[in-house]
Write a protein that binds this ligand. Structure first.
Ligand code: ANZ
Ligand code: ZN
Length: 875
């Protein structure tokens, strides 16, 4: 055995062994694994080219899970792939004048080579890159199937249009209303696009969230809110408002949707969205209103923007009739009314809707209370929460509806509206159909051919895939497919006349909606085959909480659509979801003359601490002058606080990098990088090596079973098995930081064990074998080496498939137990007594305890024994 731990040698040898033995190749129904399949997968990365420590943390979580479950007898699948289409590749192409394909494939190679030294147990034979025609042909295939089934369809959509670059912009490319590259004022344009009818699945997507009990509650709530089911009433205000042609606008009915029909007698105005037909009519002869409408249309329309924006509006001078009171109600245009929700119009009840309240206060509109809560008083001075609390409310000032609770009032109002033929109960959803058309080059081509005679013709199945030309170098001005004759010009599949291909490509969320199924059968000649039935549903999915809504919802929808086509048998793709936390790091900066922040690498900086070890100031090592402490921030290139895995690996080895990222904190929470933490992890592994060396002869001698264990050996076994029990529980909960602290405790216990009494060698061999296996999923290389060096492999085979150690219940039975001794409730010492000692013996031992005795004068008043825990002496 080598005297000194050399991570580079150890890791190289272990990885070579795994590669040569094809150790991570997974096959279905592998008879070596009696417990059956377990599919554990990390969300696939975007191949940016750079692997960062955050990736290391995520993949180590995945790797620990996979390696431990394999030892427990599961057939574990852990694949990896690349989310390879998308905008950054096009931007890089513009910057470097390279095709997105070249850039992407080079990055994949590069990132893979940065992943390899980490020793992750990926089955690379199942690698998928979503930009590969063998993959995206099935996006196209399922798109065509969805068209056939009416799940996919075409309609016009409003997009951000950059008039200089002649291109559609994603929301994040619009900065302060201007194109990110051209600086041109962005226009909203209506253009045709394809949609997936995810709303057809809204009810099921919502109700089956209840079954996803292996998902974090937070994510389930976010999904529920995103789907946003609202139950209420839809009804019409009648009116005489006419358009230019003299026709009644919307047949004289202005529909609204409300979740509070119980407040209908409190309506004092109505508000419509800027795009509503009544707003259009009113703006004809009203320049001020027309300008306001234009302003509203240009502004952002995200939920967040709507919620925070100052409520503004203008009256239209037009009136509608209240269906129950017959009163005339003025219509306003309000910037908080969304055209895309409900009917784009609301009944304004300022007393009980917070937005209407703010609006009415601002414009002096009447506020009329129509519901009350016992014991609460109403004023129009300021908004109070209870004004909107429907569950507690009873109707007041509402004529024939007075005195009803929420449900009764809703039923009564709805019944009257139904009787008048102007409304009914209705469920409204926030969820919208998924627009998948992107006017972009680097994505899956939408398999449609446009023919002047036949219209939009689906590409015949046998002509798939529609291959994306890979040689284009976009220059930022529009989609290069639009001028690519070879791609564009094709005969119409129906009539044979010359026609042209659709040049839009699919949203990259399509790619990530099912890649995890393709891993199960990457070479299948159909979209998926029976291997997918074996592996899916996935047992554990691991990824960032930033995907809590869109990606996970799309993947759930896609799975249900595939199920309805008979392609899969499952209803939900992911049984368990784990959302890992981010890795953060200190940041340091100085402001230059212009006030711009210049950031320094943490290792260029010396930090001064106070006597409690808290950082108080920092200075630059090179000039000794102070720098500002920027706090602990997400690792980011712009703040110079990124730590590169390759630097840590070359200095300390992959096992240290992995150990640190797991020890840094609970995996589902963010954790801070710390150089001293990394050094600590490295020291621990050197100690592990040294301890193995020190005890190697004892461990070798320990192969013979012991007939009996001396008392101090029993104490060792008690420590080891109770720690193992803790570690087992932590593995089950993916609480890997305390797995590491358990392993640290085990090493301390082993290191300080000096006995040569009966059974000591056997117990030592057992203890070290448990430590190595407990630590193997975190640090697979060093434990692989020591397992072999210390001779465990002779009995148990390589550590990769060694049986997971069992807690020996007998070792947990203690002959002696420790009890805390308190005097007047204050902890003063502890005693060891026989496990079955009687009360008198315990009391005598407690009173005799030296450290407690110092606080006792004369005879104690009372002694209380809490069995198994403590003795309290009252004096
Ligand atoms: C009157 C009312 C009184 C309302 C009250 C609420 C409280 P959720 O729960 O999100 O579905 N609303 C309807 N259509 C709208 C639109 N296009 N843009 C903005 N707001 C709209 O919200 C439903 C409520 O949002 C509806 O119920 C309506 O205001 C408003 F005390 O009607 B309510
Ligand atoms: Zn045709």
């Amino acid at each position: 055995m080598q005297e000194k731990y050399s991570p580079a040698e150890v890791e190289q040898a272990a990885q070579q062994h795994w590669t040569e033995s094809n150790a991570f190749k997974t096959v279905e129904n592998d008879p070596r694994f009696p417990k059956g399949k377990y599919y554990a997968c990390s969300m696939l990365p975007y191949p940016s080219g750079k692997l960062h420590m955050g990736h290391v943390r995520n993949y180590t979580i995945n790797d620990m899970l996979a390696r431990q479950l394999r030892m427990k007898g599961y057939n574990v699948l852990m694949p990896m792939g690349w989310d390879a289409f998308g905008l950054p590749a096009e931007n890089a192409a513009i910057a470097y004048k390279k095709s997105p394909a070249e850039w992407t494939y080079a990055n994949i190679e590069d990132m893979k080579s940065q992943m390899q030294p980490l020793g992750l147990a990926f089955d690379w034979s199942r690698e998928v890159a979503t930009c590969d025609p063998d993959y995206y042909r099935w996006n196209q295939w399922l798109f065509l199937k969805m068209l056939e089934k009416g799940i996919a369809y075409k309609k016009t959509q409003v997009v951000n249009w950059d008039p200089i670059d002649q291109t559609v912009l994603a929301n994040e490319q619009v900065i302060d209303g201007r194109g990110w590259r051209s600086g041109a004022i962005v226009e909203k344009r209506e253009i045709p696009g394809y949609y997936f009818g995810i709303t057809q699945y809204a009810e099921e997507l919502l109700s089956s969230i209840d079954q996803l009990d292996g998902w974090p509650d937070q994510v389930r709530t976010m999904q529920r809110n995103w789907i946003g089911k609202s139950e209420g009433v839809r009804f019409a205000f009648s009116h005489e408002i006419k358009d230019d042609t003299g026709a009644l606008v919307q047949d004289g009915k202005m529909y609204v949707f409300t979740t509070r029909p119980d407040t209908i007698m409190g309506v004092t105005f109505c508000a419509v969205a800027a795009e509503h037909p009544i707003a259009t009519v009113a703006a004809k002869n009203n320049a001020k209103l027309a300008a306001f409408i234009e302003e509203c249309k240009a502004g952002g329309t995200t939920e967040a923007e709507m919620a925070t924006k100052e409520k503004e509006g203008l009256p239209t001078g037009l009136f509608v009739t209240h269906p129950l009171t017959g009163e005339q109600v003025e219509v306003w245009v309000g910037n908080y009314v969304l055209m895309s929700y409900g009917d784009g119009a609301v009944m304004g009840v300022p007393a009980h809707d917070e937005r209407d309240f703010a609006f009415a206060k601002k414009y002096g509109i009447t506020i009329k209370q129509v519901v009350a809560v016992e014991g609460e008083s109403f004023t129009t001075d300021a908004w109070a929460e209870w004004y909107g609390d429907k569950q507690k409310c009873v109707t007041v000032n509402s004529g024939k509806y007075d005195g009803l609770n929420y449900k009764a009032a809703v039923d009564a109002v709805a019944a009257d509206l139904v009787a008048k033929g102007v409304g009914e109960k209705k469920t409204t959803w926030r969820l919208r159909d998924w627009g998948i058309s992107r006017q972009r080059y680097w994505g899956t081509p939408i398999p449609i051919i446009h023919c002047d005679d036949c219209g939009d013709v689906p590409v015949p199945y046998e002509d798939l895939p529609v291959v994306l030309p890979t040689e284009c170098i976009p220059d930022g001005s529009g989609n290069p497919l639009k001028t690519h004759a070879g791609f564009l010009n094709v005969p119409c599949p129906k009539c044979g006349k010359s026609a042209h291909r659709e040049t839009d490509t699919m949203d990259t969320f399509v790619d990530s909606s099912w890649y995890f199924m393709r891993y199960t059968c990457p070479d299948a000649t159909t979209m998926v085959d029976e291997r997918n039935d074996y592996w899916m549903a996935m047992d554990q999915y691991i990824g960032g909480v930033e995907h809590a809504v869109l990606h996970l919802l799309y993947a759930r929808f896609w799975t249900k659509a595939m199920r309805d086509m008979g392609l899969v048998k499952i209803d939900e793709p992911f049984k368990n979801l784990f959302t890992q936390g981010m890795l953060l790091n200190e940041s340091y900066y100085r402001e230059d003359a212009s006030g711009k922040k210049v950031w320094f690498y943490p290792n260029e900086v010396e930090v001064q601490h106070d006597d409690k070890g808290r950082p108080i100031s920092a200075s630059l090592k090179s000039d000794g002058q102070p720098v500002q402490m920027g706090g602990i921030e997400k690792m980011s290139k712009s703040k110079n606080n990124v730590v590169e895995p390759k630097d840590i690996i070359s200095q300390f080895g992959a096992d240290t990098a992995r150990l640190f990222t797991m020890f840094a904190g609970p995996p589902d929470q963010s954790a801070a990088w710390s150089s001293s933490g990394v050094e600590g992890a490295s020291r621990y592994l050197r100690r592990l090596w040294a301890t193995a060396l020190k005890f190697s002869a004892t461990i070798a001698a320990g192969v013979t079973p012991a007939a009996n264990y001396a008392a101090d050996v029993k104490a060792l076994r008690f420590e080891v098995h109770s720690t193992l029990k803790q570690i087992d529980g932590d593995y089950d909960r993916l609480q890997y930081n305390t797995v590491v602290s358990g392993a640290m405790k085990l090493l301390n216990t082993i290191e300080s064990f000096k006995s040569e009494a009966e059974g000591s060698a056997t117990a030592m061999r057992e203890a070290f074998g448990i430590l190595l296996r407990a630590l193997y999923p975190v640090c697979p290389h060093i434990t692989h080496a020591l397992w072999n060096e210390l001779g465990y492999a002779k009995d148990l085979g390589g550590i990769i498939d060694a049986p997971w150690p069992q807690v020996d219940a007998a070792a947990l039975v203690q002959d002696e137990i420790e009890l805390m001794v308190q005097v007047n409730g204050k902890l003063r010492g502890s005693i060891k007594v026989a496990k079955d000692a009687d009360k008198a013996t315990i009391e005598a031992a407690a009173v005799a305890n030296e450290s407690a005795a110092r606080f006792i004068e004369g005879a104690p008043k009372k002694i209380i024994v809490v069995p198994g825990k403590l003795v309290n002496i009252v004096v």
